[in-house]
Design a protein around this ligand. Structure first.
Ligand SMILES: [Zn+2]
Length: 133
């Protein structure tokens, strides 16, 4: 992936910036340059939208196999979140072994370290979700 695009997408991820289709009002995150629903008709009409990072759980699954490079505690919970603005994204629910989350649980975005590349020392950060008490 070219450097510039990488940084642009990273910026959008950090700041929770999505794109809203000017025609059908559908919100996309990560942002898209074109609405797949409206196709050509909406080209150039995608607007930037600041997402709140809040949403609710649509579905969730508990994962019992860890990825060593991420040093995740297992079991951990992955969920599909429907954001307030309507976009759906997948993310991990932090500090949850699978029993604390239900469909409809309210969550918000948190930023956590996802992993570190050994020799290069590049640290990856990304969004995860935590339950709103
Ligand atoms: Zn559209």
């Amino acid at each position: 992936m070219p450097e510039a695009r990488f940084w642009r997408e990273n910026q959008a991820r950090y700041n929770m910036i999505g794109h809203k289709c000017g025609k059908c009002q559908k919100v996309y995150f990560p942002p898209r340059d074109m609405c797949p629903k409206c196709r050509r008709a909406s080209m150039g009409k995608m607007e930037k939208i600041q997402l709140t990072g809040k949403g609710s759980v649509v579905s969730h699954t508990t994962v019992h196999e860890g990825l060593p490079e991420f040093q995740m505690q297992i079991p951990y919970t992955m969920a599909i979140i429907e954001l307030e603005e309507g976009a759906r994204i997948t993310g991990q629910i932090v500090d949850c072994n699978g029993e604390c989350v239900k469909i409809g649980s309210e969550v918000e975005t948190v930023f956590r370290k996802l992993g570190e590349e050994g020799k290069s020392g590049i640290i990856h950060y990304g969004y995860k979700f935590k339950l709103i008490e």
